[in-house]
Design a protein around this ligand. Structure first.
Ligand code: SF4
Length: 449
């Protein structure tokens, strides 16, 4: 382990932003919080991910580790204690300086703070708490903060931190307890699920208190004065492809997390083989990005399209079709439900049509109240007709004479190049670095302040 003394802030930032790039932090659901007139910054509910890197990762957060020193030896992790890599740790004041200075320069809209385990879980969680306390109370930072809860940390520390953060997450890391035991022997399902449950209970208790508080307080002093606990909800992350679980197992775990722990998001992170460890698979084709993409598509279907995992996959068909998105794949296996008549179908039925999203389905239901819709109307509404045309009729007619035959439709859908995203089709895998996005100069300025 290389621990360098007297490292500059710039050097630490280089190490600790690079070390954080394997944490997924894209956030499509944030929290509404206007400026409080005293501190700096605000939050909006649609989230803060305005830009994505070529490989789909969000770059609008200052994404750093508090430290990449770690007492644990998770085999898949670059920061594991057996690796001989440069190590660094911030102080709470340094994280505050970086966050405030980047925020002032409009480079970031929030902070994502994760960490290795320094000394022990409580010691690390306390440092994270101190950082958030300084940022919120002493610096008056009112922007978005996503912070990791450290498995095994004292529940009191997690609770105190939860009142300062917008989102908290605890990584499930791997889909099964056996996989965790094999690759992350110092972690266990119980040390991960216990704080997850604590955060879930904290959020739901707060929701009850808040509604009670709103009823008793006059409008103008409502939510601004009310200390909220993890108002943007909690999320988790699973590594995909480091262990042999199939998509059915992974999506079943995700579904159960949404149902039983009220998670806001499950993130899927394609395994990047950064360590030469015999327990880890060799992936000649690089990280399984297409698989990761299909899992995200399916996750979307669970959360917004009322699909269940059992409808998409089964023991006999345990992996997603790499060539087709999960909704098209489902539709081709259930042609008995099609074609759907646009002017009569329920909202729920419309949601199941490839090429019709949640917004388009709502618009269709609204628009057809005043007139019967035709294919030109659907195009204006935003329906992706090149995908939907095989599955719908307007006033009993299809767009073109076409066969309702799985092979025929599949062949035509595959001509639609959007079935496999351009970034995955054309490029290899490249992790983006904070220093790739034009912040090098500013980082230097900050480090010298
Ligand atoms: S605890 Fe976290 S930082 Fe430490 S080795 Fe495991 S995954 Fe890496």
């Amino acid at each position: 382990m290389q621990i360098q003394e007297n490292m500059s802030l710039m050097e630490k930032l280089q190490i600790l932003s690079d070390a954080a790039k394997y944490d997924v932090a894209c956030t499509s659901s944030g929290v509404d919080r206007s400026g409080n007139g005293r501190g700096m910054g605000n939050c909006i509910a649609p989230g803060i991910c305005h830009t994505f890197s070529g490989d789909g990762r969000c770059v609008s957060l200052l994404k750093i580790l508090f430290t990449n020193e770690c007492i644990f030896n998770c085999s898949y992790c670059l920061n594991n204690c057996n690796n001989d890599i440069p190590r660094a740790s911030f102080t709470p004041d340094e994280v505050c300086t970086l966050t405030m200075e980047f925020y002032r320069r409009n480079y970031i809209e929030g902070l994502f703070l994760s960490s290795g385990i320094l000394k022990n879980p409580n010691y690390t969680m306390d440092l994270i708490y101190q950082t958030l306390y300084k940022l919120r109370v002493e610096c008056g930072f009112n922007g978005y903060i996503h912070v990791k809860a450290i498995p095994g940390a004292d529940p009191v520390l997690i609770e105190k931190t939860g009142f300062l953060a917008d989102r908290m997450s605890i990584n499930l890391e791997l889909p099964t307890a056996e996989a965790l035991k094999k690759l992350a022997p110092y972690k266990s399902r119980s040390t991960i699920l216990k704080p997850m449950r604590q955060i879930q209970n904290g959020i739901s208790n707060q929701a009850l208190l808040l509604s009670d508080y709103k009823q008793k307080q006059p409008l103008r002093v409502q939510t601004k004065e009310f200390k909220q606990f993890v108002p943007a909800g909690q999320s988790t992350q699973m590594i995909i492809g480091a262990t042999p679980e199939n998509d059915f197992q992974i999506m079943s775990v995700a579904e159960s997390l949404y149902r039983n722990f009220s998670l806001k998001r499950v993130f899927y992170s394609a395994f990047v083989n950064v360590n030469q460890n015999s327990d880890l698979p060799v992936l000649p084709g690089g990280p399984p990005l297409l698989r990761e993409h299909r899992l995200y598509q399916a996750d979307w279907l669970l959360r917004y399209y009322h699909f269940s995992v059992d409808e998409l996959l089964s023991e006999d068909n345990p992996n997603f079709n790499v060539y087709l998105d999960p909704k098209c794949d489902w539709a081709l296996r259930h042609l008995e439900y099609f074609p759907v008549e646009i002017n009569r179908a329920s909202y729920q039925t419309l949601l199941r049509v490839p090429g019709i999203g949640a917004k388009s389905a709502s618009r269709i239901v609204k628009a057809r109240r005043s007139a019967k819709l035709n294919f030109t109307d659907l195009k204006k509404i935003g329906v992706v007709l090149k995908r939907a045309l095989y599955f719908i009729t307007c006033s009993g007619k299809m767009m073109y004479p076409t066969k309702l035959d799985a092979d025929y439709i599949c062949e035509n859908l595959l001509r639609d190049q959007t079935q496999i995203p351009k970034e995955i089709r054309n490029s290899g895998y490249e992790q983006i670095s904070l220093f790739d996005v034009g912040m090098k100069e500013s980082s230097r300025q900050i480090s010298s302040t």
